[in-house]
Design a protein around this ligand. Structure first.
Ligand SMILES: Nc1ncnc2c1ncn2[C@@H]1O[C@H](COP(=O)(O)OP(=O)(O)OP(=O)(O)O)[C@@H](O)[C@H]1O
Ligand SMILES: [Mg+2]
Length: 514
């Protein structure tokens, strides 16, 4: 032990000696170069190799430097005690980065990588074409020489890919619309955009947790599936069809998907598109990492027949002053045009895109749109179930279901009653949210009791309606039987009565028609 300390002390002494020689003998201009030479000399005996990644390569910004900075910001935020904080333009989140001359240890494929953020004062040059920053910044990566051939390239690829993802997540999402009816903006762009600030997330979405998890896993697989899609020769895209009654959360789910993946949304208003070629041009102007949405698809386009005139959209006249429709403006958009857009060759003119169609009436859609492989996942958004209700109560009343011990017998019985009645009441999450918003200033148990009351009334109204529907059905059935009986009896009467043939026949038909 004593020997070890002696060795360390003599090494430190030698280092201090070299430092003082450096300061005393060499002028400041060459000091940096000499230090570098010393470094290289010692590196010959080291088991590590070092890579300098400078902020600029002399003229241009080094993209790798920015990528490393972003990549390290992930781990820096948890492991370092002193950090630089910044916020990029068009971003609502903060980025952490290593502060000057600090270091961080990362691992990749079992190997260790040590990063150091090196900041030195720049010697002011005698002449420069453009002003240079006062400081020279760079990262130094140290990895073991034996690991270099195995990890260097994949590690740098991994850093670049992660940085792209992080940059996208840190940036605010945009919501695009083609509501100008095909008119172009000053840059010749058919889409208008606004910042997308919808707060819906998978956490706030009232949906069965198992279904929710299924969707999350599917989205994650899609976003991470670049290699898979390439290997299998498939276009990197995915289609979701969301269907169900109004107010069950279809639009909220789209917003949650966009927030989860960090994608932009293109809200495609089909009634504003005048032709298939215009549709194609719109598609070509969308960016990767985006969700292309067609809401209420059954209302935007008559999808009953792919080839007939019935398969055309109800379109307004083209915009004045030249839209993007060109010669095709006279024609209108067809179902096959739409399918080409989502499924055919044109769907591949970008990558990593999700198509989402929503409808309240799935039965109105053409089977061509529903066949497997076209819309990869059909998601039924239904009335509020008990697990979904618990999420809404957590959102609006801060009712914490995870902390079971906080719940008493009274709460348990209240929840049991809610569970019994919620399915029968068949209320949408939107309706339940309204009730909860109305009562959110009350104490949470009181608000829950109010909700129970509303659910019970709705369930009662539903069962009364059901009873009256059953009675109506029975009455109708009896009437039909009566009419059929009369119709069967009447020919006999006709045979007995002459000269009334024509009148009796029309009665039979009327009865049968009914
Ligand atoms: N599943 C849900 N989870 C959380 N909130 C919901 C849910 N469904 C509806 N809501 C609430 O109701 C409002 C309307 O819901 P949303 O617009 O998502 O319904 P929709 O299914 O798209 O309806 P439509 O078919 O009329 O377009 C939302 O702003 C949200 O507050
Ligand atoms: Mg909607």
């Amino acid at each position: 032990m004593k020997e070890l300390w002696t060795t360390i002390a003599s090494l430190l002494g030698a280092f201090a000696f070299f430092q003082s020689i450096l300061q005393a003998v060499f002028p400041p201009q060459v000091r940096f170069t000499v230090a570098k030479l010393f470094h290289r000399f010692f590196n010959c005996f080291s088991s590590y190799c070092y890579f300098d990644i400078t902020e600029t390569d002399g003229v241009n910004t080094n993209e790798l430097y920015n990528a490393v900075q972003l990549y390290l910001s992930r781990s820096a935020s948890v492991s370092s005690s002193r950090l630089n904080l910044s916020r990029a333009l068009n971003s609502s989140s903060f980025t952490f980065s290593l502060s000057n001359n600090d270091h961080l240890v990362d691992s990749f494929n079992g190997a260790t990588a040590t990063w150091e953020h090196v900041v030195t004062q720049r010697q002011s040059p005698s002449f420069s074409w453009r002003p240079l920053p006062d400081e020279k910044r760079g990262f130094t990566l140290a990895i073991k020489k034996k690991d270099k051939p195995l990890i260097l390239q994949p590690y740098l690829d991994h850093i670049m890919l992660t940085a792209v993802k992080l940059r996208h997540l840190n940036q605010d999402r945009l919501l695009y619309t083609n509501s100008r009816g095909g008119a172009l903006d000053s840059r010749g762009h058919p889409w208008e955009s606004v910042p997308f600030k919808h707060p819906s997330t998978f956490e706030t979405l009232a949906l069965d947790p198992a279904r929710k998890l299924e969707i999350i896993v599917d989205l994650r697989d899609f976003a991470d599936g670049q290699t898979f899609y390439k290997k299998t020769g498939r276009a990197w895209k995915r289609g979701y069809l969301l269907y169900g009654p109004p107010g069950t959360g279809k639009s909220s789910l789209i917003a949650a998907m966009a927030n989860f993946l960090g994608y932009d949304i293109y809200d495609l208003e089909l009634t504003e598109v005048h032709s298939n070629s215009e549709l194609r041009k719109l598609l070509m102007k969308t960016t990767p990492k985006s969700i292309i949405v067609i809401e209420d698809i059954d209302c935007s386009i008559n999808l009953s027949n792919r080839n007939s005139a019935g398969g055309k959209a109800r379109v307004p006249p083209p915009p004045e002053g030249g839209g993007i429709g060109g010669d095709d403006v006279a024609k209108s958009i067809t179902l096959s045009g739409l399918l080409n857009f989502t499924d055919g060759l044109w769907s591949c003119c970008g990558s990593e895109r999700i198509f989402v169609f929503t409808t309240n009436h799935i039965e109105k859609l053409d089977p061509a749109l529903l066949r497997s492989g076209r819309m990869d996942m059909h998601i039924f958004m239904s009335y509020c179930s008990f697990p979904a209700l618990k999420i809404l109560m957590k959102n609006y009343l801060d009712w914490e279901f995870d902390q079971e011990d906080e719940q008493n017998e009274e709460d348990d019985s209240l929840l049991k009653k809610l569970e019994e009645v919620v399915d029968v009441a068949a209320m949408t999450p939107a309706d339940i949210s309204e009730v909860l918003i109305r009562n959110r200033r009350h104490e949470k148990r009181r608000a829950a009791r109010e909700l129970l009351e509303v659910l019970r009334n709705r369930a009662l109204a539903k069962s009364k309606k059901n009873v009256s529907e059953v009675i109506d059905e029975e009455q109708q059935h009896e009437e039909e039987e009566e009419q059929e009986k009369r119709a069967l009896d009447s020919p006999k009467e006709d045979e007995e009565t002459t000269g009334k043939d024509s009148n009796s026949n029309s009665n039979i038909n009327a009865g049968k028609d009914k």
